[in-house]
Design a binder for this molecule. Structure first.
Ligand code: HEM
Ligand code: HEM
Ligand SMILES: [Fe+2]
Length: 465
């Protein structure tokens, strides 16, 4: 860390972790409601716990991305952030607006919330992940504009590296791709188009560029490998992402009333979507092998290497298993999809966020790296979270397979509720693994409160100089 203004990243990272904890608590509530449908009813119905869980996910990831931008852009541009005060004010606006929205979900019936916030004037509410009331959606756009103004101005006045241009460009893409959230026509086919432009456009397009930029930054810093090499890899990975991901959106258009050619386009292009994820793994491992120095922050290195691997498993492998049209025909919207969604979101975007937090937080707190004991907590958190998430994905996959075979195939398919009853064992396993996940997250959080060993920082500094 070389610039004082990078410190504004800190509140973003702290808030991201707090909201992550909230996400997991509501995930556990939603998960328990799968095994006991009356749990917390009517105070927190499943529709609400699910919505709070997924919305907190999006909010904490955006917090982490913004923190990462405020940390990385000045460092890469070799200049102070254009306006640290604006960045800090934006943080509070986003946090308060996010908290009020979550409280409104919990305290006000959704239809009343829609009526009170002008949804009749411009309908945007009700679609998964995009449930936010109109004022919150407008707020998200304003917060994004403030971030973009701030980091673009920083970029203009400073050094323009490829990595920085890609990161700032991808954040512009993130904001632009949110705009279809305001397009919610009555025609359900057109509404689906708009919805997927946001959801798929983000996770299988634009956010992959953010993922590459964050990983590229961490790896340059930690390994000391020349940035020319990193940039070459990033260009190829980004090209593959866009080639496969843009038309690959067709894997959501198969049976929704869209033209039939999407069956072929969607299947073929989405089938090559795993390639950029494989390339990210090769890239990270090569960087590790070429490293010019041993970085004392082993925990951040573990996160940086784990990210592309789990991202590939969740997005590349679990995504590919359900992406071909004939498979979607039976698997669509089952818990197999949730297995994929969990492992992919966690592996790609949660893990890269934790990687940048593990890398940046010690620096933001004035240390070279966390002490040995703190890193041990961080790394235990890594393993417990990764293993628990794999277990969640396997349990949900089991449930999804039962749905496909028992409820959707054969001459005497089971009813929906009978199928759910057959899947109870998987829902229990998911909940158990979820408790494990919470334990892993708590271990990660504990690491922030473990004091450094006496003399450790000075010893590391001496070794590095
Ligand atoms: C990090 C990247 C990715 C993330 C975070 C992600 C996340 C998700 C999520 C959350 C859903 C469920 C959406 C819903 O609520 O209906 C979904 C659906 C889907 N994803 Fe991904 N995904 C990623 C990459 C991929 C890739 C690379 C593929 C293909 C190789 C893929 C194939 C699919 C398919 C076919 C569906 C639709 C499943 C259905 O409707 O049943 N995804 N994804
Ligand atoms: C304690 C761990 C967790 C539990 C018990 C849990 C539980 C759940 C439940 C019950 C749902 C609703 C599924 C449905 O509507 O059928 C859900 C949805 C979702 N969760 Fe989690 N979750 C956990 C952790 C996570 C994590 C760490 C992430 C991402 C980093 C995540 C991302 C999502 C997403 C994207 C959805 C929407 C999936 C879809 O629509 O297919 N969850 N979760
Ligand atoms: Fe997709």
């Amino acid at each position: 860390m070389n610039f004082r203004s990078q410190l504004v990243a800190k509140p973003y990272f702290v808030a991201a972790l707090a909201l992550f904890l909230g996400q997991i608590l509501f995930g556990l509530i939603a998960g328990f409601q799968y095994v006991d449908g009356t749990f917390l009813f009517p105070a927190i119905p499943f529709s609400v716990s699910r919505m709070v869980h997924t919305n907190l996910l999006i909010v904490w990831l955006l917090m982490a991305f913004m923190g990462a931008a405020y940390f990385i852009v000045p460092e890469e541009a070799q200049t102070e952030l254009y306006s640290p005060r604006l960045a800090l004010a934006t943080f509070w606006v986003f946090l308060v607006a996010g908290a009020l929205t979550i409280l409104a979900y919990l305290l006000v019936p959704y239809s009343d919330l829609a009526a009170a916030t002008g949804n009749a004037m411009l309908p945007t509410m009700g679609r998964g992940y995009l449930e936010q009331p109109l004022p919150t959606k407008v707020g998200i756009v304003l917060v994004a504009l403030s971030l973009l103004f701030n980091i673009s101005m920083t970029l203009f006045k400073g050094r323009r590296t490829s990595l920085n241009v890609i990161l700032v460009g991808a954040l512009w893409g993130l904001a632009l791709l949110f705009l279809p959230a305001f397009y919610f026509p009555e025609d359900t086919v057109k509404a689906s188009y708009g919805w997927w432009w946001v959801v798929h456009g983000w996770v299988e397009g634009d956010w992959e560029l953010i993922l590459s930029a964050l990983l590229g930054f961490i790896l340059i810093k930690m390994t000391g490998v020349d940035r020319e090499i990193v940039e070459k890899w990033m260009y190829v990975i980004i090209a593959m992402t866009l080639i496969s991901g843009i038309i690959g959106i067709g894997h959501h258009y198969y049976y929704i009333g869209a033209p039939e050619y999407w069956i072929w386009l969607g299947s073929v292009f989405s089938a090559i979507e795993p390639i950029p994820f494989i390339m990210l793994i090769v890239f990270s491992i090569r960087m590790l092998l070429k490293r010019r120095r041993e970085n004392p922050n082993q925990a951040a290195m573990l996160w940086a290497l784990g990210t592309p691997i789990v991202a590939f498993l969740g997005a590349g492998l679990w995504g590919a298993m359900i992406t071909l049209a004939p498979v979607q025909y039976y698997a669509h919207g089952s818990n197999f999809t949730a297995a994929h969604g969990h492992l992919a979101f966690f592996g790609a975007y949660a893990m890269v966020s934790l990687a940048i937090i593990s890398y940046a937080m010690p620096l933001l707190r004035g240390r070279v790296a966390n002490g040995i004991a703190a890193q041990r907590w961080e790394m235990s958190g890594f393993w417990i979270m990764v293993i628990s998430m794999l277990a969640i994905a396997l349990a949900l996959s089991g449930a999804g397979i039962v749905t496909a075979f028992s409820q959707r195939m054969g001459d005497h398919p089971l009813s929906f509720m009978d199928t759910q009853a057959q899947e109870q064992v998987f829902f229990w396993l998911r909940e158990l693994a979820g408790v494990g996940f919470l334990a892993g997250l708590l271990a990660y959080l504990v690491s922030f409160f473990v004091p450094g060993e006496a003399g450790y920082d000075a010893a590391v500094k001496r070794a590095l100089s």
